[in-house]
Every structure is written in C-alpha cells, then in structure tokens.
Ligand binder design. Structure first.
Ligand code: PLP
Length: 413
C-alpha cells in the first residue's frame, strides 16, 4: 500500500482494485461500470442520489462548511499585495515566520477553551500539524548515533504516522510500530489524545528515562471531548483542520517547553519550506478572532458559536449512528464516558470525529470490504495496525453524506 505523505492519507491506495457501479451524472439514467485502479478516494463533493457512493474514508472536516457559510463575511479578510512580500513575519521572534497576530489569537483561543498551557511555552507554526510532527521527530532524534531513532505509537494508531516517518527513509529516525510491544530505551512515542480512531483519551504507554513523547492533540477540543485540564506536555501539537475545520489553510502549531527543541523544530521548517504561508496565517488569525469574539463579545445579530455548533451536530449524528447500528444488528460501537467539561461547565459525552465500527456478523472478517460492496467507503482496521473486523468512519463530513450513510447502514443485515 502507498500513501501521499503530506495529508491524512486522503489518497490512500488499497492493494485491491475496486469496481463500482455508479449512475451516469448527466441525467439519462444510464448505468456505468467504473473500474478503478485503486481505491484512491478524494472527498470533494457530497453524494448526488440515494444510490451514490458514500465516502467516509478520510477525515475531511467538511461538517464545518455549513457553520462558516452561516457566518457570512465574518471570517473574510483583505490582504494588500505588499503584505506578503517578505519571507519574514517577526524578526524579533526565534520563530521568525510566525505572524504575531496569529500567535496572539492562538494563545487567546487556548485561554478561552482551557485546553492547553501557553504561558512560558514556545509557539511554532507549521504547514499543517503534519509538518510539525516531522519537525518534532527531527528535533528529538540525535544526529550522532549509529542507528536511527525508533518512533512508536500504541495500536490502533493514526495511520499517517508510519508513512510520515518512513517516506523519505531518513537516517535519523524510523517507524518502529506499536508502542505496546516495543522493547528498548531509545524511542519517541507519539501519543494521540483523544485518539484519531476510537476517540478515547490516551497517555504514553512507555515510561523509560531515555524515551521522549510528543502529544498530538488534534482532537482535544470541546466538540469532540470534555476539556478536563489544560494540556501541559513537553511538546503539544494542534491543527487548524480539526479545531475549526479549515484544513485547506494547511496550518498547525506546536507548544514546546524546551528552548533547544523549539530551535531545532524551527530550523526544520526553515530548511524544508523556508517558513509557512503568511496568507494562511493572516486568514486563520481572523477566523480565530471571530471564534473567540463570539464567546467573549457576542453580538445579538449573530449568536452562532463554533464550539456550540461543533457539539450540537455530533450529538445528533452519534444518536443517529447508534440507532442505525441497532437496527442493522450486525455492527457494534464503543461506549464512551461522560465527564464535566471545564469549558462549558456541563457534563458532556465524548463524541469522536471518527466512529470505530465493528462488524459482528459471522463470516464477515473484513468490515471495510463488506461495506464497500454496499458502496460505503471507510478505512479498514488493518491500516491502523488493528483487526480488519473494525473500520474507521468519518463523523465530520457533510450532512448529506452522513445521512445517506446511516440510512444505508441501518438496512444492512
Ligand atoms: C491525529 C491527527 N494528527 C495530525 C493530523 C494532520 O493534520 P494537518 O491537516 O494539520 O496536517 C491529523 C489529520 O487528520 C490527525 O487526525
């Protein structure tokens, strides 16, 4: 199998070719037999009819589109052409390509939500959290050891970790698989909490003195999980994609305690892409401002608030999914605890961005392949080092796709 490395495995090629029957789109009702060379499954558009392919394979956060459409021009910006001439954003900052306004709005948002300590932390911007994960691994891998540093994560792990580490065959680090079975002292453990897959909060499983950890907190936001404490790790990595939905901005940020690590991470981004898009940073700074203002200075003409929307919709979706699973009788889902969320002050259930669906029917060993025969595309368990009885379903796609999915799922027996 092969991946394009710089995204969430959006174009994940399966070794098995698939054949799909799809209705001709030009209205003549002709049936076309489409043989595809791979299951590369971009998710650009919603389904057009009841028997369309339902694509919930990638974690494309299109669920947020309707919220931002409802916000009209509030997130709009005008950038004069001269504003993006220089490579530099702030020469007084060690992370010289970090836009000051973007940095301010990140710290403000964390303070509002209470999900991360930002005081006395270095802030580094990256081209998506994908680049920051690589920068952090680079910074923590010694350059003077004979063998590459082992990078591990507990199964089931976020599927892009392995190709991110191995795609360029670095001599400094290598993917070493499941943290739970790893033996040795020289490692970097990637802790994804809440997990990209099952939504449970995680802690490092390895505890050696010589080991290092990187916390990937892409989903530590109130729409997915109750906020219980401000995260306070050596390296915490966040992404714009899953916090507010703007995956196309390709921005992420890291909060780092140690000066030398922060400097090496900055050097990695300097050497690989000579900084990060100013346009994206200026735009997202404005969007973050809109989010924080809606809580701190609400305006009566527009009472919409991102995290309220981000909770309301998934509550409804998880209810519908559980009903569909019950109706079908052949699937099961994890159950989640409820805890008090310090951001809302209310008891809240975990509502993961992905459903980790298990097929319980005897004789079906590969849940994703079974769903694929019903034109539902998901990401099978084996991609994550787990059993093929499981498959991962995106819960953050558009309404049309999600509704068609639950409707079709409930009819499978
Ligand atoms: C756990 C996790 N980490 C990192 C990423 C990468 O995010 P970005 O779009 O910022 O590169 C994703 C994207 O889906 C993710 O789920």
């Amino acid at each position: 199998m092969a991946f394009f490395p710089q995204n969430e495995g959006l174009f994940c090629e399966s070794p098995k070719p698939i054949t799909l029957i799809a209705r001709h789109l030009h209205g003549r009702g002709t049936w076309l037999r489409i043989k595809r060379l791979s299951s590369a499954t971009p998710t650009a558009s919603p389904p057009t009819s009841k028997d369309s392919i339902v694509n919930l394979d990638a974690g494309d956060p299109t669920m947020y589109e309707s919220f931002w459409k409802g916000m009209g021009d509030q997130g709009a910006i005008t950038i004069s052409s001269w504003q993006t001439i220089s490579y530099f954003s702030d020469v007084t900052n060690f992370c010289w390509f970090l836009e000051p306004e973007f940095a301010r709005e990140i710290r403000r948002l964390h303070k509002l939500v209470g999900n991360a300590v930002t005081e006395d932390r270095y802030l580094i911007v990256g081209t998506g959290s994908s680049q920051l994960l690589q920068a952090a691994i680079y910074a923590l891998s010694p350059s003077d050891t004979p063998s590459p540093m082992n990078v591990v994560s507990a199964v089931p792990y976020y599927l892009t970790y392995a190709p991110l580490m191995d795609y360029l065959r670095s001599g400094l680090f290598r993917w070493a698989g499941d943290a739970c079975t790893f033996k040795g002292d020289a490692y970097i453990e990637l802790v994804c909490s809440p997990s990209n897959l099952d939504g449970f909060r995680r802690q490092a499983v390895l505890k050696s003195e010589g080991g290092k950890t990187i916390h990937d907190l892409a989903y530590y936001w109130p729409q997915y999980t109750p906020i219980t404490n401000p995260a306070d790790h050596d390296i915490s990595i966040f992404t714009v994609s899953k916090s507010i939905g703007h995956a196309g901005s390709r921005l992420g940020w890291a909060l780092v305690k140690d000066t030398a690590v922060a400097q090496k991470m900055t050097k990695f981004i300097d050497r690989s892409t000579i900084g990060v898009s100013k346009v994206s940073q200026i735009q997202v700074a404005k969007i973050f401002k809109v989010v924080s203002d809606s809580y701190e200075h609400p305006i009566p003409e527009n009472p919409n608030k991102l995290f309220d929307f981000g909770r309301r919709l998934p509550v409804d979706r998880w209810k519908k999914l559980r009903e569909a699973v019950k109706a079908s009788k052949i699937f099961s889902l994890p159950e989640f605890p409820s805890e008090t969320c310090k951001f809302t002050g209310e008891k809240a259930e975990t509502l993961p961005a992905f459903a980790w669906l298990k097929c319980e029917k005897e004789g079906i060993e590969d849940c994703a392949s079974f769903l694929r025969t019903h034109k539902i595309l998901t990401r099978g368990g084996s991609y994550f080092g787990a059993s093929p009885n499981y498959t991962r379903v995106s819960m953050i796609d558009r309404d049309e796709t999600f509704d068609l999915f639950t409707e079709r799922l409930s009819s499978l027996h």
